[in-house]
Design a protein around this ligand. Structure first.
Ligand code: KIV
Length: 264
């Protein structure tokens, strides 16, 4: 099987085939996910919490993400690799291009950044320079201090309309994938229908084009708190490879996420 491309992901949306994504930070897990035909691996700045033990993603640097991206890329043949641009690494277009180039040189196939309309110029510039971009809206963990905690976003009508406006602006600027995190199911469905590009949810219900989980949450091994929207697939299977298969099967068949993992 060839490397998953952004056009393959777009086709999956058109054909209503669910896309399965998971975070990966090292060579061994990346190989397991790749062999299980997980379409997208995200080298997320969540590594600041699940690997480094911080209480937020803010201490993560471009060098950290580049190091883990290279490890993931070393064993990944088919899955598309997205690398997160960490906190304050994309404040200006120039800074964004330089840091995105570092991540692409480390083995990423796409970069992800958190935020809405204000990123349009940087997104357009990245695409023009040959770097595919994934957006991230809703609960954007790098803004935890602005939100005052890890809270569900987009519950108020005004907030929900703003999220749709941001999603459309990012799509117009050129993003080819969007992650939405911790939003009510109805809003996630609105965004998914409003956009032509695939929308991947985490804590956003089953109506998005695909799902992503932090791998430590999917295996129930996170040291701290495990979010309500996640599920421990290892406890049911007792085997890592089987847990990954079960996650993929349940995403494809819209069994996961269930109503108990969703916000209304
Ligand atoms: O950093 C990360 O792992 C993420 C996911 C939660 C989507 O951004």
């Amino acid at each position: 099987m060839a490397k998953i491309s952004v056009s393959r992901l777009a086709k999956m949306k058109q054909e209503q085939e669910k896309i399965t994504c998971i975070t990966a930070y090292d060579a061994s897990f990346a190989a397991i996910f790749d062999q299980a035909d997980i379409q997208v691996l995200l080298v997320g700045d969540s590594l600041g919490m699940v690997l480094q033990g911080h209480d937020s993603t803010l201490p993560v640097t471009v060098e950290h993400i580049a190091y883990h991206t290279a490890a993931v890329a070393s064993t990944t043949e088919k899955s598309l690799i997205i690398a997160d641009l960490p906190f304050m690494s994309y404040s200006t277009p120039e800074q964004t291009y330089n840091n995105a180039a570092t991540l692409m040189r480390s083995g990423a196939n796409m970069v992800k950044l958190e935020g809405g309309t204000w990123l349009s110029e940087s997104v357009k510039g990245l695409i023009e320079r040959g770097i595919p971009v994934c957006g991230h809206l809703g609960l954007t963990p790098q803004s935890v201090n602005v939100f005052g905690g890890y809270k569900v976003q987009g519950r108020a009508d005004e907030q929900a309309d703003k999220l749709i406006e941001d999603a459309l602006a990012l799509e117009k600027a050129g993003i080819q994938l969007l992650v939405i995190e911790c939003v009510p199911v109805a809003l996630a469905e609105r965004v998914t229908k409003a956009l032509n590009i695939p929308v991947i949810g985490i804590g956003a219900g089953a109506e998005t084009d695909g799902q992503i989980l932090v791998m430590h949450d999917a295996f129930g091994i996170s040291a701290g708190f495990c979010p309500k929207f996640s599920k421990n697939f290892l406890v049911e299977t007792g085997d890592i490879r089987r847990a990954v298969e079960l996650y993929k099967e349940q995403v494809e068949n819209k069994i996961f996420p269930g109503s108990e993992h969703s916000f209304y």
